[in-house]
Design a binder for this molecule. Structure first.
Ligand code: UDP
Length: 467
């Protein structure tokens, strides 16, 4: 079918159903909608319900309204059968692949027939579900791929075929020769087990991920529009190496005190707690939406924070202890509460926390969203990657941008209380890291302000949508 030139543009946005992918696409949707373009945001049913529930439950003075001017929130089934394990992400992936092309086709047909003046003209999809580009094309809509991770990650994806052909990677995606793999001098190398698909203890699953990556490579090489949540000045080499790539980030919510697009309710009581803390004094600790730890590791972290003697705000998700609620060492909560040095929440309004003047540093798993949010607020990092691209983001943070330090595990894979305390002290006494982080904050602001690189790229995209 030929690409629809609709009377009015209408963009369908489809995220991959996890927090770190839903959120940047929601922010992008808002930016598009601000230009008077209608956006339909499609989530699978479970995410849709979580978004609505979180918006209602967020412990905020003002309730969040997810349906805003020009944005319609809607849902499609995830294709799972009642007997499927709801926590099995492979079943979810498989069922999405099976069911989404059909359910999205039905949705587009329904939208197009109910309002012929506002037919779907463009489908923006997460890179993980790039196979929807064919569905979009079949329905006469322009497919646009959104990369929620770094430009470096995109560059690696683009080189995969070559790396397999020249014998650098085997068919499971493991590094064959040497200790690391590099695609360009100005992009940090990936060490063994730092590749996005690396699961060294489960090569069968790794192969499934690697095959997905090879499929993505084909799509990003043929697709015309590829948007990314990064900015040129942050990753110039990666941006230059991807000719069809428009970096439009960092996508932030900073000035939107009411919006959240979170799939968990935010506990905003930590903001008033932060108000009482001195400038640049608080250690913020958060590992995103997916990382989990052993109880032993959580004990070490709790005691390391306490040993540091610094005030801390710690996000302890209800599933952080390998899927269960974390327990705290004996007397820990009483001690930190009585001294007023610790605040623990299930889920924080992270961007508002990071922009708070009391924050000194960010103990982070280095998810790409968290990385961008930290550096856009001039906050230095203590890196504690968990999986996937987080190791490479750590390399960027520590080796290239020099805005953070690694918290290093011991020979048993545990980050000890002593190591945690030492790294907190080292970061507090290092003015260079803070200065570097503030420089990046300035560059991030410049890129999204009028005339900046991401601002201009976004304008190019909007003009294309409306012409
Ligand atoms: N986040 C949040 N509150 C929290 C923890 C995380 O709002 O208490 C948000 C954070 O701001 C970021 C996203 O959740 O936008 C996490 O994405 P990231 O890529 O950092 O990590 P992932 O969850 O994908 O591992």
């Amino acid at each position: 079918m030929a690409i629809v030139k609709a009377k009015k543009p209408h963009v369908l946005v489809v995220p991959f159903p996890v927090q770190g992918h839903v959120r940047p696409l929601m922010k992008l949707s808002r930016q598009i909608a601000k230009h008077g373009i209608k956006v339909t945001f499609v989530s699978i049913q479970t995410i849709h319900e979580k978004l609505l529930a979180a918006a209602k439950l967020s412990k905020d003075e003002e309730k969040v309204d997810l349906e805003e001017d020009n944005i319609v929130m809607t849902s499609i089934p995830d294709g799972r059968r009642p007997e499927d394990d709801p926590n099995d992400s492979f079943i979810l992936l498989e069922s999405l692949r099976d069911s989404m092309p059909r359910s999205l086709t039905d949705l587009i047909e329904m939208i197009n027939s109910s309002n012929p003046d506002e037919k779907i003209s463009c489908v923006i999809m997460d890179v993980t579900i790039e196979w929807l580009s064919e569905t979009a094309e079949k329905m006469g809509a322009e497919p646009v791929i959104f990369m929620p991770a770094s430009g470096a990650g995109l560059t690696m994806l683009r080189h995969l075929g070559r790396l397999v052909d020249d014998g650098s990677l085997d068919s499971n995606g493991s590094i064959i020769r040497g200790e690391k793999i590099s695609v360009w001098d100005d992009i940090p190398a990936w060490r063994v087990n730092e590749l996005t698909w690396s699961i060294p203890f489960d090569l069968t699953t790794q192969k499934i991920f690697f095959d997905c990556a090879l499929r993505i490579e084909k799509t990003i090489n043929r697709i015309k529009w590829l948007l990314g949540n990064t900015f040129y000045q942050l990753e110039p080499a990666a941006c230059d190496l991807n000719p069809n790539f428009l970096p439009i980030g960092p996508l932030l919510e900073m000035n939107r005190s009411k919006s959240s697009s979170s799939i968990h309710p935010e506990d905003t009581s930590c903001l008033s707690w932060l108000d009482e803390k001195p400038y640049g004094s608080v250690v913020y600790v958060s590992f995103g939406s997916l990382a989990v730890f052993s109880q032993q590791q959580l004990d070490e972290l709790a005691l390391g924070l306490e040993l540091s003697g610094r005030p801390f705000l710690w996000v302890v998700r209800p599933d952080l202890a390998n899927g269960s609620r974390a327990e705290f060492p004996d007397g820990f909560l009483e001690r930190v509460n009585s001294l007023g040095i610790g605040k623990i929440v299930d889920w924080a309004p992270q961007e508002r926390v990071l922009s708070h003047t009391s924050i000194a540093c960010f103990v982070s798993h280095c998810g790409w969203n968290s990385t961008l949010e930290g550096l856009s607020n001039g906050v230095p990092f203590l890196c504690w990657p968990y999986f996937s691209d987080q190791y490479h983001n750590q390399n960027y943070i520590c080796d290239q941008w020099k805005i953070g330090l690694r918290i290093v595990p011991d020979e048993n894979g545990i980050r000890s209380r002593g190591e945690i305390k030492t790294k907190i002290e080292m970061l507090f006494s290092n003015d260079n890291m803070k200065a570097n982080a503030l420089k990046l904050k300035e560059l991030a602001e410049e890129s999204v302000n009028e005339g900046g690189s991401s601002y201009k790229n976004f304008e190019i995209f909007i003009e294309h949508l409306i012409k």
